[in-house]
Design a protein around this ligand. Structure first.
Ligand SMILES: Cc1cc2nc3c(=O)[nH]c(=O)nc-3n(C[C@H](O)[C@H](O)[C@H](O)COP(=O)(O)O)c2cc1C
Length: 357
């Protein structure tokens, strides 16, 4: 029997199936970080997911790292997100907001001329996606202790606003080389104070932020995403096995909604085998999954639910397609991050033509 289409508890939520939608940046918000009606339609079309996780959303303007990404800082942003949660709930769905602070993976042109911030002043390789196209990253400014407390508080307030906007929970984006992973990883964190050096110190920022988020939402409405050894956005760590063993071990008693582990490439360590026994809550696996591989992971008890990115982007009714064994639409990469246009966003066909939202 299919495990993917059975219910599962995810913190305070009961998901009717284990086919979850991964957080995916789509760069279709206004310049001011406000989502529009197309975004309401996009998430409402996908409400059949066991759980929807939004694109990365900046908790405060300092956290923005890509052109046309949304925020959850101003009244206007909150009001716009409220339309999304109402539409998803009206269609029987559940939705978490992913909080994403990009740290050094940004550019002054996205930050009103300010220098991006990071644990240490170490420039990442590569380029930022800005209003004027791709531009080389710059050397970030090191956050001082007072500013770190301020950023933690930004996550706290963003969590409060996300709950106000009707979200069922929030996910901390601690993957893909953004600010939380910049603190976690030795290559981007060379601090000598209580936020750098030992693994206990490098993990402190992530734990402080989770604590702040849990204090607003309740731990059972907070999830975390990690991606050990993804090596994206120039992130490197001298001893990732030790880093993630420590971090996940610390989370054990928190009763978080979930731990989401996305692995890319072929890490030397089998992180799922390593981390799952360390965590006592709902364990989500994502990245590169197909219906068959996800089903096998669940049958083998390697995860509690499966997270789909590109397949969900291209198939608004993915769980239904799995149920009936339908063909999948292929994702069109050229429209992943298009300027605000419906093409490749809300025009992927469903098996049964959708109502108009
Ligand atoms: C267009 C696109 C945008 C993405 N943006 C985000 C993001 O904002 N936050 C995040 O945690 N991961 C992001 N990801 C990664 C996905 O969440 C997921 O981990 C990845 O796509 C692997 O899953 P898949 O093979 O099923 O697509 C993005 C992926 C895609 C394809």
């Amino acid at each position: 029997m299919s495990q993917l289409l059975t219910p599962v508890r995810i913190g305070r939520v009961v998901a009717p199936n284990r086919v979850l939608m991964a957080p995916m940046t789509r760069s279709r918000a206004s310049e001011g970080g406000v989502v529009g009606d197309m975004t309401v339609t996009y998430y409402a079309q996908r409400a059949g997911a066991g759980l929807l996780i939004t694109e990365g959303v900046f908790p405060s303007a300092w956290g923005k790292g890509y052109v046309n990404t949304p925020g959850i800082e101003t009244e206007e942003q909150v009001a716009a997100w409220k339309k999304v949660t109402e539409a998803v709930h009206a269609r029987g769905g559940r939705i978490f907001m992913q909080l994403m602070h990009c740290g050094r993976v940004s550019h002054p042109s996205l930050l009103n001329g300010q220098t991006p911030v990071a644990p240490s002043a170490i420039k990442p390789e590569g380029q930022a996606w800005t209003p004027v196209g791709q531009v080389d990253f710059e050397t970030p400014r090191e956050l001082n202790l007072e500013e770190i407390a301020g950023v933690v508080d930004d996550y706290r307030q963003a969590t409060r606003r996300a709950i106000e906007a009707g979200f069922d929970g929030v996910e901390l984006h601690a993957a893909s080389g953004y600010l939380p992973e910049q603190f976690l990883s030795s290559g981007s964190n060379q601090r000598t104070d209580l936020y750098g050096g030992s693994v206990e110190n490098r993990a402190r920022f992530v734990l402080d932020v989770l604590d702040a988020m849990a204090s607003e939402a309740g731990a059972d409405r907070v999830g975390i995403k990690i991606s050990p050894e993804m090596n994206y956005n120039s992130i490197t760590d001298a001893a990732p096995e030790e880093t993630y063993t420590y971090l996940v071990g610390q989370l054990r008693e928190w009763n978080l909604a979930y731990l989401h582990v996305a692995l890319f490439g072929n890490p030397a360590v089998d992180y799922h085998a390593l981390l799952r026994p360390l965590f006592n809550g709902t364990y989500l696996i994502g990245s590169g999954l197909t219906q068959e591989s996800a089903e096998k992971l669940l049958q083998d008890k390697k995860a509690d639910a499966a997270v789909f990115g590109a397949p969900f982007l291209a198939n608004p009714d993915l769980p239904e397609r799995f149920r009936v064994g339908a063909e999948l639409n292929a994702p069109d990469r050229s429209t992943f991050f298009a300027p605000p246009t419906a093409k490749g966003y809300i025009d992927y066909p469903a098996l049964v033509p959708a109502e108009v939202y």
